[in-house]
Design a protein around this ligand. Structure first.
Ligand code: TXA
Ligand code: MG
Length: 324
């Protein structure tokens, strides 16, 4: 049983496993990561095998501090330094031209690398104990929602990992903001807790936010964010009627909404109220997983307002609804 309380011995065991080319699942403030020694191509190949993920999908390199960025990138530009100072440790991933140290296995053969310093004490302890960069995508099987608890990871990847460090539920609950610094102005490839506006404030210049739509970042497939149930994004005032219609046609309906919804069919699975956009983000993937576990055919999701992390939640709902 690889699931471990993240005490000193478990962190040391995780660091040893990484050094030996094995996989270690660890908590971050966003979602759980499936980590491997980033400079060991064979170890990184193990991530793709465990996840069933296509090998041209690039991975994020996790490091313990901004000092550890320089060896991975061609140059630490003033922009990168400013953003690191402002947001690291934290849920912002920076895409930059890579150095020769980073293997093709990590970048999917691209000449850029994605890097972040996670804001979670267990992740940081593991990274410090290991002493090098850790390549880690979200610790789910390909095509499943990202895991936000250690048991989510164990359900899907227990056999593939040496250690799962149990850090409890993830605080943010959706993946980091991915910002491409190889273009001018910088471009958000994946929205997250840190908004384009927050980045603009730090840089004192424009940042291209993304509208929802087809994947901009390599490997950011719609289906990547989808549960088994079909997701329908609906307005709050229409959810009751839609739930009744689906229920009448024999479909098990799950409902996820910021506020309590009145007048749902008795058989409906109520996944909320999800509350504020931050709470909604923190509960989103657990709600998807619960709907699947309870055999829901359709999830009716009322989106949060498009402000702050609400933008990112709406992006994930959109992808989930397009994914099946
Ligand atoms: O919050 C997160 O970012 C989590 C935790 C574990 O840190 N990780 C995560 O990894 O979400 P993953 O592999 O599921 O998503 C990484 C995404 C890729 O799908 C891709 O969109 C983008 O980061 N990415 C990675 N390297 C890139 C590159 N060189 N150029 C452009 N996008 C890249
Ligand atoms: Mg992922």
């Amino acid at each position: 049983m690889p699931l471990m309380e993240p005490d000193e011995a478990a962190i040391a065991a995780g660091a040893r496993a990484l050094a030996n080319g094995r996989l270690v699942a660890f908590p971050t403030e966003t979602v759980y990561g499936l980590g491997a020694h980033a400079l060991d191509s064979e170890a990184v190949a193990g991530i793709f095998a465990a996840k069933g993920r296509p090998t041209d999908h690039p991975l994020i390199c996790h490091v313990a501090s901004t000092d550890a960025l320089a060896p991975l990138v061609a140059e630490v530009t003033p922009t990168a330094q400013e953003l690191a100072d402002a947001f690291w440790p934290g849920p912002l991933t920076l895409v930059m031209p890579r150095s020769d140290a980073v293997p093709d296995a990590v970048t999917g053969g691209r000449d850029t690398v994605a890097v972040r310093v996670p804001a979670h004490p267990v992740a940081l302890a593991l990274l410090r104990a290991f002493g090098g960069p850790v390549a880690a995508p979200s610790a789910n099987r390909f095509g499943r929602p990202s895991p936000t608890s250690a048991s989510d990871v164990a359900d899907e990847l227990e056999d593939a990992v040496a250690v799962i460090l149990d850090g409890g539920p993830c605080e943010i609950g959706i993946e980091s903001t991915v910002l491409d610094l190889t273009c001018d102005p910088p471009q958000v490839l994946r929205p997250g807790r840190i908004s384009a506006e927050q980045v603009e404030q730090v840089l004192g210049g424009p940042v291209n936010a993304v509208a929802s739509g087809p994947a901009r970042a390599p490997g950011m497939l719609e289906s990547h964010y989808a549960p088994g149930a079909r997701v329908e994004v609906v307005a709050a005032d229409l959810v009751g009627a839609r739930a009744a219609a689906l229920d009448a046609s024999g479909v098990r309906v799950a409902v996820l909404a910021p506020d309590a919804v009145e007048g749902l069919p008795a058989a409906a699975l109520v996944l909320g109220p999800a509350g504020s956009p931050d709470h909604y983000a923190a509960r989103l993937y657990a709600a998807f997983r619960r709907a699947d576990a309870e055999g829901a055919g359709v999830i009716l999701a009322v989106p949060p307002p498009a402000a702050g992390i609400g933008v990112a939640v709406r992006d994930r709902l959109q992808r989930a609804s397009a994914g099946r």
